[in-house]
Structures are given as C-alpha cells and as structure tokens.
Design a protein around this ligand. Structure first.
Ligand code: DGL
Length: 262
C-alpha cells in the first residue's frame, strides 16, 4: 500500500492523548487515524520504567500489525521512559512528545519554567534534560501531580479544585514564568488551572507537537493527498468511561471498541 494512505496511530493511557489528537485532526482532517487508549494499564505515571517499556512494546507491536505510517506518542510518561529503548525497532515513524517539543520550548524567552508531570516522568528528568540540551540557561523545576490523571479519567475535575489548587501552590514557590502541562491529561484541567495561574503562563505543548509532526510528515512526503478522513478508537478497558471522560475535549461519535490485544 502507498505509504501516504496508511494510518497515523496515537496512544496514551486514556483520554489524555486526545488533547493532541483533536489538534491534529483539525489540521489534517483527511488522514486515517487509529487511537488506542490503554485504560487497563492506567495510570502510567505510577508504573516502573521496565513496566512502561513492556507495555509500550506491546502497543508498538500491535501498531506494526495495523500497517501504520507513524505513531504519535501522545503520552509524556512513555516518551520519557520507553522511547529510547524501542525507537529503532519498528518500520514506522515514531514521534515522542517531549523530545519533539523540547527545542521549541528551549527558545522561549524565559529563565524559569515549572513542568507539571507524572511521577514516572519527573523521575527521568526528561524535560530538564531535553530543554537544557538546547538551552542550558533555563532553570527547570519538575513537579509531580500524582492525582491529576485519575481526576481527569474519573471526570472529577470540578470537585477536585482544592486538591489541584494545593498542588499548584507547591509550584508557586519557584516563581516560574511558564508552567508546562507535561502530561497530556492536564489540559483537561485548564478551566480550574486558569483560576489560579495567568493563562498566558500556561503552556500546553500539544500545538508545538502537532506542528512538529506535520512539518516532518510533509518533509518526508508522507501526508495523505486524497480526500476522505477516517478515525478508529480502541481501548484496552472501560470503553464507556473513555467516551464519558473524552467529552470535554473530543466529541466521539461512538463508544470505542474494547480490544484484548494489549
Ligand atoms: N497522559 C500521559 C502522559 O502524558 C499518561 C499519564 C498517566 O497515565 O499517568 O504522561
């Protein structure tokens, strides 16, 4: 099959990756998409690096069987922990969110950045490593927000305002000029976050990420050039919850299909 007509696959532990997918779909409506939400293994942020490599390998093997042209790691946690071990073993392009966005973030005219991320991401210091590789003059503070993913998946954003506020207060001591949402679930919390942080200080890397992917696909002549987009959603557990939680970011037409492949 012509490479251009193959699918672009996305994965995340749940609905978080939709914050990237929704932007991509807007920019490239004619592509064929496959989205996998790994709710059986959610939250990823509590897992060890070995577990995350094992899980990501299974997902990458599955995508290899689905004839995809590119895999979007719409998940910071596996980009930080599993990408390096798996990146050379597959016949498709792989885009990890942190590594793809770091160069652009490093060009921001700021001196102090706070990154909110999962515990597993914070442990790797991936944001610090990749931003400072491009610009050693920015100070990076990485802060784990262990409950935020569950708050999003369980659709408890507004009931959890006090908890979110207290996590934010821990970060204020660093006095950062920018706050990066270093987990793709966190943009779901924006309505609460902007009550306590000036909106202009919050950076959701999804836009930078999507621009990067599109430029790279274009450069490699991999963009589909015929009309007629498609989308398919699969989950490893809880399809109803996925649809319910997705609502805030993406209007899913149907309840996703549950698969036992992972
Ligand atoms: N949304 C993912 C991320 O960007 C995974 C979060 C989790 O499952 O802990 O890190």
């Amino acid at each position: 099959m012509d490479n251009k007509n193959k699918k672009i696959a996305f994965f995340d532990s749940g609905v978080g990756g939709l914050t990237v997918f929704s932007q991509m779909k807007k920019m490239l409506p004619n592509e064929k998409y496959l989205y996998f939400g790994d709710l059986k293994n959610s939250p990823y942020g509590e897992k060890s690096q070995d577990e995350l490599i094992h899980i990501s390998k299974k997902i990458f093997d599955f995508f290899a069987s689905q004839d995809v042209k590119a895999v979007v790691m719409a998940c910071n946690t596996t980009s930080a922990t599993a990408y390096d071990s798996l990146k050379d073993n597959y016949p498709y392009k792989i885009y990890p969110i942190i590594q793809s966005c770091a160069k652009k973030i490093a060009q921001l005219p700021v001196k102090r950045i706070c990154v909110f991320a999962t515990e597993a991401t914070v442990k790797t210091h991936a944001y610090q490593k990749y931003i400072n590789k491009n610009n050693p003059n920015i100070e990076i503070f990485e802060t784990a927000c262990p409950d935020w993913v569950k708050i999003v998946e369980e659709n408890r954003v507004f009931e959890s305002e006090e908890q979110i506020k207290s996590d934010l207060e821990h970060a204020f001591v660093y006095n950062p000029e920018k706050f990066i949402l270093g987990c793709t679930h966190y943009p779901f919390l924006t309505k609460v976050l902007v009550k306590y942080v000036d909106e202009s200080k919050i950076l959701n890397p999804a836009e930078i990420f999507v621009d990067y992917i599109i430029a790279d696909l274009k450069k490699n002549s991999m963009l589909k050039d015929s009309p007629g987009g498609q989308e398919e959603f699969l989950v490893s557990a809880n399809p109803q919850n996925f649809k319910h939680a997705a609502d805030m970011f993406y209007d899913l037409k149907n309840i996703p299909q549950k698969t036992d492949l992972i």
